[in-house]
Design a protein around this ligand. Structure first.
Ligand code: ADP
Ligand code: MG
Length: 338
């Protein structure tokens, strides 16, 4: 074949492969957009594990009618203007790839209204093809519906697991986002049944109780540390609720759920003298750092990041864990269990 530049819809479908792996990735991108839009309440609804139907409703800033088709173009974003902005970006999104990717591989309907306009708009786009843009009555905020994920890419649809498994991934993700944003009221509805509802009243312990249950919530030690470079707040579990894997090691940086070898090591080293080998702690820590100290532009999923002053970060986190554990009554608290 002669060399050719690929057409836009082919490019979008290839790019979608990086952003949209499964229903949970769609939910992740759309919830992050809702958070970036300043929402105080977000409702996520899925059916058929999210493969058949995902609806995300927020009360954020909305999108202006004239900007709507633009939002679905690849690399279109309102969050950065130049590569320099990446150094200080504080929004969860910035690549401008989510909406175009989701629209490339599903049937999308979006209803949105900004507070400054009298009417809302409804936009439909399926497999990257625009299907219409019209005015419509709507409340302030955005409702985004994705139907029939991978309807036009059967090969990729085959890689999905059962509806139950895909639904479980969505639930895990929504729980993580609820834990990372206690200031937002988050509701999850699975097949018309309510699965999670957080109040948005900033109470992290309430959300831990809701997600992890009574035994975990009864065996937590508070962490509240602040120095020049990082603020750490949240809870760590008494060693008695340790697990055989890292699934309960949660930490968020600037509201972003991440995995980091450095942070995990700092936490585990802090527990060292309290923990048996191959046991991992429960932690739910919020780290707040100036955006200059991290580089989030490492991987499309933004799950990994780099620290500028890693050594310092390691020391502060490790010490925070040591301090939280030391001198505490570490026997299990059973007073709440009847
Ligand atoms: P990014 O989040 O990286 O900017 P997206 O493709 O996810 O890229 O979204 C494109 C743009 O559409 C965003 O920059 C934002 O301006 C707008 N947008 C998307 N979702 C919402 C929403 N729920 N509320 C308000 N604006 C939104
Ligand atoms: Mg986004």
């Amino acid at each position: 074949m002669p060399i050719q530049v690929l057409d836009q819809s082919t490019i979008n479908q290839i790019a979608a492969g990086e952003v949209v792996e499964r229903p949970a990735s769609v939910v992740k991108e759309l919830m992050e957009n809702a958070i970036d839009a300043g929402s105080t309440a977000i409702t996520v609804e899925i059916r058929q594990g999210g493969i058949g139907f995902i609806r995300i409703t927020d009360n954020g800033c909305g999108i202006k009618k004239e900007e709507l088709p633009l939002a679905f173009l690849r690399h279109s974003t309102s969050k950065i203007r130049t590569a320099e902005d990446l150094l200080t970006v504080s929004s969860l999104g910035f690549r401008g790839e989510a909406l175009s990717s989701i629209a490339a591989v599903s049937q999308v309907e979006l209803i949105t209204k900004t507070s400054g306009s009298l009417t809302g708009s409804r936009y439909r786009i399926e497999g990257g093809e625009e299907k219409g843009l019209e005015e419509i009555g709507a409340p302030d905020g955005t409702t985004f519906i994705s139907r029939n994920l991978f309807f036009n890419t059967p090969a990729r649809r085959k890689f999905l697991k059962t509806e139950t498994t895909e639904g479980a991934h969505v639930t895990d993700l929504v729980e993580k986002i609820a834990l990372s944003h206690p200031e937002i009221s988050i509701r999850l509805i699975v097949n018309n049944q309510s699965r999670l509802h957080t109040s948005g009243n900033h109470n992290l312990k309430d959300i831990i109780y809701t997600v992890y249950g009574r035994e975990i919530a009864a065996n937590l030690l508070p962490v509240e540390v602040s120095n020049g470079i990082v603020k750490i707040s949240g809870f760590i579990g008494k060693p008695v609720i340790a697990r055989g894997n890292r699934n309960f090691e949660n930490y968020f940086i600037n509201g972003r759920y991440i995995k980091s070898g450095l942070v995990s090591k700092a936490i585990e080293d802090g527990y060292k003298s309290y923990m048996m080998q191959h046991k991992y702690p429960f932690t739910l820590l919020h780290l707040t750092v100036e955006p200059e100290f991290i580089d989030v532009n490492v991987h499309p999923s933004k799950m990994e990041l780099r620290f500028k002053d890693g050594e310092n970060m390691y020391r502060v986190i490790c010490q925070a864990v040591v301090d939280a554990l030391s001198g505490k009554e570490l026997i299990p608290n059973v007073s709440l269990m009847s």
